[in-house]
Structures are given as structure tokens and as C-alpha cells.
Write a protein that binds this ligand. Structure first.
Ligand SMILES: Cc1cc2nc3c(=O)[nH]c(=O)nc-3n(C[C@H](O)[C@H](O)[C@H](O)COP(=O)(O)OP(=O)(O)OC[C@H]3O[C@@H](n4cnc5c(N)ncnc54)[C@H](O)[C@@H]3O)c2cc1C
Length: 281
């Protein structure tokens, strides 16, 4: 089967990209934004896309920003995962993205593409989910807007149709103060989709946060689970067992592992992470 032809556009500014999306819609085309293209091109080849035009965002300078901007760390949405790791502005983010795919593919996948992937994993989201200060800078018809990640995250990052991610920021002090562990457990190989990936962070007040990918069909963090993990009156093994029992969603059962196996792996991984995190202090 021949894939349907794709129209390709590469605007130079945020306004051009946002306007182009609307113009294409008015012309009865179905546009989508394009970061590294790894997912879009696969879907297009399989004729599995609800789009026939792509707007490549990589020509827009603001989306390449990668810096400490005043008190905030700012990560542009078209940065490749390899760029994030090489610069290592936020070691928690580096440790997480460095386990996504193989090195060559990480040189294609962009931060925005991972965060808005149609696959369930979106592992780059985990450090941002455990942070209190993560914000998104978003291109909208009314100009560039800041949104708190917590306000737009509901099983996935929900932007209005036609809006796109410019960058993600976190408070530099908060990021520096978080002791963290990032563990990815796969069925067999080092490089694979996760059975479960867990990002945990210990805050200055001693409380623990965890975010999970692979456990369900979307990444999540849970205040109930975090409360259990933070109760240092109990040993790590007991907290890990209680946390798994209190998960807000059922563990998925898929080709990577059964629901029971995921629960088992999550429990022992969490116990190990708690021990290592608490040994650091
Ligand atoms: C071999 C391979 C292994 C992989 N392994 C993993 C893994 O272990 N863990 C994991 O989490 N993922 C994994 N992935 C999935 C990968 O992270 C996603 O497919 C990701 O979408 C690819 O990024 P991209 O930049 O190529 O996205 P694209 O194909 O360009 O876009 C993907 C989606 O994101 C949207 N998008 C892109 N940029 C923006 C933006 N700035 N604003 C709003 N929407 C945007 C696009 O419209 C599209 O819907 C793997 C992918 C491959 C090919």
C-alpha cells in the first residue's frame, strides 16, 4: 500500500506556524506539528495518521532554547533527547531521557515529540511531573502563553487544537534541591519500551514524589502514593508494598509483561529506589 502524500511546511516564526495551522484547516487540509518526525513518518507510512500536512517546528529559534534563564531552566520543544543529555542542565531529566530508545533514535526524537507522543510512555514527562514548578510556554492564537503543567495535564498534556509547545521550564533552585533516582525496568533488553519506568525525587523537607510510565496507558503521579512513600516511619519494603496496593490505576497487561509481573517489578524497584534515595542524605 502506498502511503498518502504529505505536504511539508517549515515556518521560521511562532506566528507563522500558528497561522499556517489555521490556513491549512480552512483549506480543508489536516495539519499536524512535526518535531523529529519519527512517530509521524511511521504513522504516515502505515496510513495511520489523521493528517495530510506537517508543520516542521525546527526552523523556529525560540523552540531551540536550552539555558538557565534567570532562575528557571528552559528546555525548547525541538531539542533532541541527545542534546538534553549532552548539555545535562537537569541531571534528573538527563537520566530519564537517556534510557529512551537507542542513541541514534534519541538523536531524532525531540522533547516536544516525546511529551506529545500518541504512544503511552512519554518518559521525558516524569521529572516534570514530580516537580512543583514545571510550566509550559505555549503558542496560542492570542500569542505566547504560560501554563502550569499541573493545570494542563490530565492523563496527557492537553493543549487546544492548533496550539503547540514552545518550551518547558522548571525552577532552577527546585531542580537543584531534588535528590532523584530514575529507573527503567524492561522485559529483557536494555533498550525497549518500559515495563515500568519510575522517577523518584526527595525534596528538601524529606518528602518523596514518584511518577510512573508503563504502569498504565499514560504517565502519572499520585498524591496518595507520594504520601505513603514519604512516611519514613515505615521501612522502604513496606512503603513500596503499600504504594503498589494504592496505585490509582490497574497495572496494564500487555506484551511487555502481565499485570502481576508489573506489580512485582514496581514493588521491588520502588523499595530499592527508596533505600538509595534515603542513603544519599
Ligand atoms: C525506535 C523507537 C523507540 C522508542 N522508545 C521509546 C521509549 O523507550 N520511551 C518513550 O517514552 N518513547 C519511546 N519512543 C517514542 C518516541 O518518544 C515518540 O514516538 C516521540 O513522539 C517521537 O518524537 P518525535 O520528535 O520524532 O515526534 P514527531 O513524530 O515529530 O511527533 C510526535 C507527536 O508529537 C506532536 N508534537 C511534536 N512536537 C510538538 C510540539 N512542539 N507541540 C505539540 N505537539 C508536538 C506531533 O504533532 C505528533 O503528534 C520510541 C520511538 C522509536 C521510534
Amino acid at each position: 500500500m502506498m502511503p498518502n502524500p504529505l505536504h511539508y511546511y517549515r515556518p521560521d516564526t511562532i506566528t507563522e506556524a500558528r497561522d499556517l495551522f489555521e490556513q491549512l484547516q480552512r483549506a480543508n487540509q489536516r495539519p499536524t506539528y512535526y518535531g523529529g518526525g519519527t512517530e509521524i513518518l511511521t504513522r504516515s507510512r502505515l496510513n495511520d495518521g489523521d493528517f495530510d500536512a506537517v508543520i516542521d517546528l525546527k526552523g523556529i529559534p525560540e523552540l531551540h532554547v536550552h539555558e538557565q534563564d534567570g532562575s528557571r531552566l528552559r528546555f525548547g520543544s525541538v531539542l533532541r533527547l541527545t542534546e538534553l543529555a549532552d548539555r545535562d542542565l537537569w541531571p534528573f531529566l538527563t537520566a530519564t531521557v537517556d534510557r529512551i530508545a537507542d542513541h541514534t533514535t534519541r538523536g531524532q526524537i525531540t522533547l516536544g515529540g516525546n511529551l506529545f507522543s500518541t504512544l503511552p510512555y512519554k518518559e521525558a514527562l516524569l521529572p516534570f511531573l514530580v516537580s512543583d514548578s514545571a510550566d509550559l510556554t505555549v503558542a496560542t492564537p492570542d500569542g505566547v502563553k504560560q501554563r502550569r503543567l499541573a493545570d494542563v495535564f490530565d492523563e496527557e498534556l492537553r493543549l487546544d487544537p492548533g496550539d503547540f509547545l514552545i518550551s518547558v521550564t522548571v525552577d532552577g533552585q527546585e531542580a537543584k534541591a531534588l535528590a532523584f533516582k530514575s529507573f527503567k525496568m524492561t522485559r529483557q533488553d536494555w533498550i525497549d519500551y518500559p515495563l515500568v519506568t519510575i522517577g523518584t525525587a526527595r525534596r528538601e523537607d524529606g518528602s518523596i514524589r514518584a511518577a510512573f510510565s508503563g504502569w498504565s496507558s499514560f504517565p502519572f503521579t499520585s498524591s496518595r502514593v507520594n504520601k505513603i512513600l514519604s512516611n519514613t516511619q515505615k521501612p522502604p519494603e513496606e512503603r513500596a508494598r503499600e504504594a503498589v496496593a494504592a496505585m490509582p490505576f490497574h497495572a496494564v497487561d500487555d506484551i511487555h509483561g502481565s499485570s502481576e509481573y508489573r506489580q512485582f517489578v514496581t514493588q521491588y524497584t520502588l523499595a530499592r529506589m527508596l533505600k538509595e534515595l534515603e542513603a544519599q542524605s
